[in-house]
Design a protein around this ligand. Structure first.
Ligand code: MG
Length: 279
């Protein structure tokens, strides 16, 4: 079984914006970054609503964690859309949302917009989300190269965000491992520092807190044109600290089952003992 061994998060206004329209949520095992869009502080409102809705956690009910998280995201979408309709000053406000939930052995992700989730595992730094931007869609359909996309004047145009009607969120559940480090960030980081460099800085850092500070400094040193938000979390196996521990527990469980089966066949059946938990 996995748990979050440590996490660190930080947001920074950057060098050129007056306000910070990014918001984040970090309460283990749920982590999310929202990057608001809209004039007159409306973007700030949108990203805050997304985070507030998420703070209710995973909804109760049937269905997988991933499905229930999607329901939460849909709820945030409705709330933002309703407010945008009701208040002229907030018309058209929206937000990105990238969230990750650490389950027993896996990581569930729901994602809309151009914030990103990365994983560092065994020295390999990999992006796990697609950007919902005009240029990224052109790259995926082969009409633009990655290099052209990075210089494209319209690279900040988002094609999907919360607050529009009928959003389509990406979602996926990945197997996770002890030792994995995950990074969720807003485009204020990745728009300023190319992702290979982000991976290098993360690997070279002595701690998550140091990594977060270094990444934000790098974005600011490169111009800090946008708000920058970084969440970092590291997973560990509970009990053993590595994958061998999980295998060992499986073996123990098998042996225990064998012993219990032997016991049952050797002795007359006794009434099942009831475990009473002290109040
Ligand atoms: Mg941004």
């Amino acid at each position: 079984m996995l748990r979050v061994a440590e996490h660190f998060e930080r947001t920074d206004t950057g060098r050129q914006r007056r306000g910070n329209e990014d918001a984040y949520f970090a309460r283990s095992p749920l982590f999310a970054v929202a990057d608001g869009v809209g004039g007159a502080q409306a973007g700030e409102v949108a990203s805050q609503i997304a985070v507030e809705v998420l703070s209710q956690g995973v909804p109760e009910g049937d269905g997988s964690i991933e499905e229930r998280l999607r329901a939460r995201v849909e709820e945030a979408n409705m709330r933002i859309a309703e407010l945008a309709h009701a208040d002229e000053r907030r018309a058209g406000m929206s937000t990105t949302l990238t969230l990750a939930y650490v389950g027993e052995d896996e990581l569930s992700v729901v994602h809309v917009g151009d914030s990103r989730l990365y994983r560092l595992r065994d020295g390999v730094f990999e992006r796990l989300t697609d950007d919902h931007t005009l240029v990224d869609e052109l790259v995926r359909s082969g009409k633009l190269t990655q290099q052209e996309a990075e210089q494209h004047p319209q690279r900040s145009i988002i094609t999907r965000a919360l607050g529009s009607e009928g959003i389509e969120a990406d979602s996926r559940t990945w197997p996770a491992r002890g030792g994995d480090v995950y990074l969720i960030c807003s485009d204020g980081l990745t728009g300023m520092v190319d992702e290979a460099r982000v991976g290098e800085l993360l690997q070279a850092a002595p701690s998550l807190s140091s990594a977060a500070r270094t990444l934000i400094d790098a974005a600011n040193d490169a111009g800090g044109r946008d708000n920058i938000t970084v969440i970092l979390f590291r997973l560990e196996e509970v009990g053993g600290g590595d994958a061998d521990a999980a295998a060992e527990r499986d073996r123990d469980a098998d042996e225990r089952e064998d012993r219990e089966r032997d016991d049952r066949t050797a002795r007359p059946r006794a009434p099942a003992a009831r475990l009473v938990r002290p109040a």
